[in-house]
Write a protein that binds this ligand. Structure first.
Ligand code: PMP
Length: 387
């Protein structure tokens, strides 16, 4: 059988392949990117399922609108008005099948083959995959401790007809890094000068265990800004509920058309359930518990790295989210270290799949949200002995 160039040129999810090897019960895995299952509010969700069915009956089981369940869109809009002082109305919100679908739809609506997409380096693998299906040309700008290298960004925008910029300013996947307030403002000034779609993907922003919440770069400031959010990291990823916010009505119209062609609408059952859950439960309290859990796990990992990793290795110190990014001395390959680590039954994700232009890199991603502090210390000790 013959296949499209589109799919043949798209990287398969290296992480999913790795997870197959690292899933064995005797392996300590820092490879996944999964929320801790103890954080799922199963009892409350069960009540919400019953409550939603009692109140709405067959509506949970019928086809629904492409844009999403209006009361849920209203709730999301109200939250962004309240928390970020943004002028968001329900018609600016599209409910998607996870924020991952928003990335796919945005690619379909914005990109022609060969168009330029500018990403962080390293960047989110799922975005690389989603955009790859449109066969774009990727440009990358180094992600520094406090955000993108802005000199490089401006140079790229000046010299290339970039059509789309994608970034994750809070506790980025894979690095755990957060853009500083200064860089957010400076980046806004730079990007605003160009006719470019600006995607700000924020699945982790609420999971901040240190420091102050920072304003968005594009939302509320740029005409072509698109903000992505999700319930995956704070309620449940399995229900696949995410959302996209944009004030650009033309873009929204095209996205709705693309979504109709993709899945008609997001699962309406789960939209009613999440709405019911949010109506009847203290979401902020629930998120606080997740933050406390992840802070304990992050601290355990960072302390163990300090104790067991050699001084030649460096790593990021996240203020929230789920990941730490490790840099080995120049010339070392994280893939080689991965093989050795698997012999010692400890796993991580080698950096390669997070780059669009580099191979054999000396960086790797650690996830801390899926092991107890004791297991984290043991896994980091094993890794330290290899390093
Ligand atoms: N964006 C980023 C940066 C992510 O890390 C993830 C989850 N790994 C997603 C989007 C997708 O999240 P979901 O589709 O579950 O909302």
């Amino acid at each position: 059988m013959k296949y499209s160039d589109r799919i043949l040129n798209t990287p398969s999810s290296f992480i999913r392949d790795i997870l197959k090897v690292t899933d064995a019960p005797d392996v300590i895995s820092f490879a996944g990117g999964l929320p801790n299952p103890v954080s799922f509010p199963i009892g409350d969700l069960q009540e919400s399922i019953e409550g939603a069915i009692k109140k709405n009956g067959s509506k949970l089981f019928q086809y629904s609108t492409t844009e999403g369940y209006l009361p849920l869109r209203e709730m999301i809009a109200a939250k962004y008005r309240r928390k970020f002082n943004l002028d968001v109305n329900p018609e600016d919100v599209l409910i998607t099948n996870g924020s991952q679908q928003a990335l796919e739809l945005l690619g379909k609506v914005i990109l022609n083959k060969g168009d330029q997409v500018l990403m962080e380096e390293p960047g989110y693998l799922g975005a690389i995959q989603a955009f790859s299906l449109c066969e774009p040309q990727f440009l990358s700008v180094t992600l520094e401790e406090d955000g993108l290298d802005l000199v490089k960004l401006e140079e790229m925008l000046k010299t290339n007809p970039v059509k789309l910029i994608y970034c994750v300013p809070n506790f980025q996947n894979p690095t755990g890094l957060t853009y500083s307030l200064e860089k957010r403002k400076a980046m806004r000034d730079i990007v605003s000068k160009y006719d470019v779609a600006f995607i700000e993907d924020d699945p982790y922003g609420e999971l901040r265990f240190r420091g102050e919440s920072l304003p968005y770069i594009g939302a509320g400031h740029m005409e072509n800004s698109i903000l992505l959010g999700t319930f995956s990291k704070t309620v449940t990823p399995g229900m696949r509920l995410g959302f996209l916010i944009t004030k650009n009505t033309e873009l929204m119209r095209h996205l709705v058309t693309a979504k109709q062609g993709s899945d008609l609408h997001t699962n309406i059952f789960t939209q009613y359930v999440i709405h019911e859950y949010l109506m009847n439960n203290p979401y902020a309290e629930h998120v606080k518990k997740i933050i406390a859990l992840y802070e304990e796990q992050a601290t355990a990992m960072l302390d163990a790295m300090e104790a067991y990793f050699p001084k030649t290795v460096s790593w990021t110190k996240p203020e929230g989210g789920m990941f730490i990014w490790v840099t080995l001395p120049e010339g070392l390959s994280a893939l080689d270290v991965f093989q050795k680590a698997m012999e010692k039954k400890v796993a991580f994700v080698p950096g390669d799949p997070f780059y669009t232009h580099k191979r054999g890199v000396n960086t790797f991603r650690l996830n801390y949200t899926n092991a107890t502090p004791d297991v984290i210390r043991e896994g980091i000790k094993r890794l330290g002995s290899i390093l």
